[in-house]
Design a protein around this ligand. Structure first.
Ligand code: HEC
Length: 152
């Protein structure tokens, strides 16, 4: 009986140890998201792109220039996850899994040149956000906001 308890404890420690290792591999902006962004997104969302309110005000002009809103820093990107443009990153990157029409969103195509690469990079974005909700601010609760990981 006693040995069973000791064995059980041993397994518990092992499991705890393993989960600690994967916690060390947490997806971060600095190590995971920034390189993907610089490879696939910066051409249209870089420092020469407008701030979001300016983009919205003159959208037609920027669309003609193939420019989206600026998103090239950690702080800028958080704007499109948490607030004020809640869920925008998720709405525009989703592969269709969470959309009513089942179609992939408009920015999904830019995640990579092959379907395999797009899937892999979407997975990394999902891990980084931590709570893949496509909801806008008015439909999002404080508890849901709390579920965003978005580590630097
Ligand atoms: C070829 C240019 C181009 C590339 C590359 C590109 N985007 Fe975009 N993006 C745009 C344009 C243009 C819009 C505005 C679309 C609209 O409003 O109709 C946009 C919109 C967005 C939005 C929504 C902003 C809003 O209005 O709330 C997000 C989020 C986004 N892009 C993320 C990304 C990410 C992440 C990548 C890289 C994986 C990426 N984009 C790659 C051009 C691009």
């Amino acid at each position: 009986m006693k040995s069973k308890v000791v064995f059980g404890l041993g397994v518990l420690c092992l499991v705890a140890g393993l989960s600690k290792v994967s916690a060390d591999e947490t997806v971060r902006y600095s190590t995971h998201i920034k390189p993907i962004f610089e490879r696939h997104c910066i051409g249209c969302h870089g420092a020469d792109s407008p701030e979001y309110p300016e983009f919205k005000e003159n959208k037609k002009r920027y669309l003609k220039m193939m420019k989206g809103p600026r998103m090239d820093t950690y702080a800028h990107m958080l704007y499109f996850v948490g607030w004020p443009d809640t869920g925008a990153l998720m709405r525009h990157l989703d592969d269709g899994t969470n959309r009513k029409d089942g179609k992939h969103a408009d920015m999904y195509q830019y995640l990579g040149s092959t379907e395999e690469e797009r899937k892999r990079n979407l997975h990394i974005f999902k891990e980084w956000v931590g709570y893949w909700s496509l909801k806008k601010w008015k439909d999002t609760t404080k508890e849901e906001i709390d579920k965003f990981k978005v580590l630097y």
